[in-house]
Design a protein around this ligand. Structure first.
Ligand SMILES: [Cu+2]
Length: 168
């Protein structure tokens, strides 16, 4: 099962078009550009985003995320009756050869119980635990928020939410 196929596949990945991308490697997993947006002084929660690519030939699952905050959970945002909602997700599978993006409007890490805001330019250490690959500590970069200071649904994604599973 263990093959050395890292480089070619990794080079084929397209990075998000964000400044100063940084990434990590854990076995067959690429942890690409973990980031979050700065929060307001009174914000009690903030979302974190990252792209995870599985270059291996077996699936792996993100089973927990931890950081130095009272509560950290995996969430999924979705639109229901024109309202953005989110729900707790226990596990997030990354299939063999697949890339899963945690991004505004979709999956995200929710950091809750903040006592200080996230400040642009700083880094937040976060431990990601995968069922097979084990765990890794990465640094989420705090990015400046451009434009709207609202929640993490900044993108105007009004695509049909009724069917997540595009094709099987
Ligand atoms: Cu959330």
């Amino acid at each position: 099962m263990k093959t050395l196929l890292a480089t070619a596949t990794a080079l084929a990945l397209s990075l998000p078009a964000l400044a100063a991308a940084h990434d990590y490697k854990l076995g067959d997993l690429e942890i690409i550009h973990p980031y979050m947006f700065e929060t307001t002084a009174t914000a009690k929660a903030g979302g974190g985003y990252v792209t995870i690519a599985n270059t291996g030939d077996s699936a792996d699952t993100l089973v927990s995320v931890s950081a130095d905050f009272p509560m950290v959970q995996l969430h999924e945002s979705f639109e229901q009756d024109g309202v953005m909602r989110m729900q707790h997700v226990e596990r997030l599978e990354i299939g063999a050869g697949e890339t899963v993006e945690l991004a505004p409007g979709g999956y995200h890490v929710m950091f809750m119980g903040l006592t200080e805001p996230f400040v642009a330019g700083t880094h937040v250490p976060v431990t990601l635990s995968f069922e097979n690959a084990g765990e890794i500590e990465v640094e989420f970069m705090v990015m400046e928020r451009e434009g709207d200071m609202g929640h993490d649904h900044s993108g105007h994604d009004h695509s049909d939410h009724s069917d997540h599973s595009t094709q099987d």
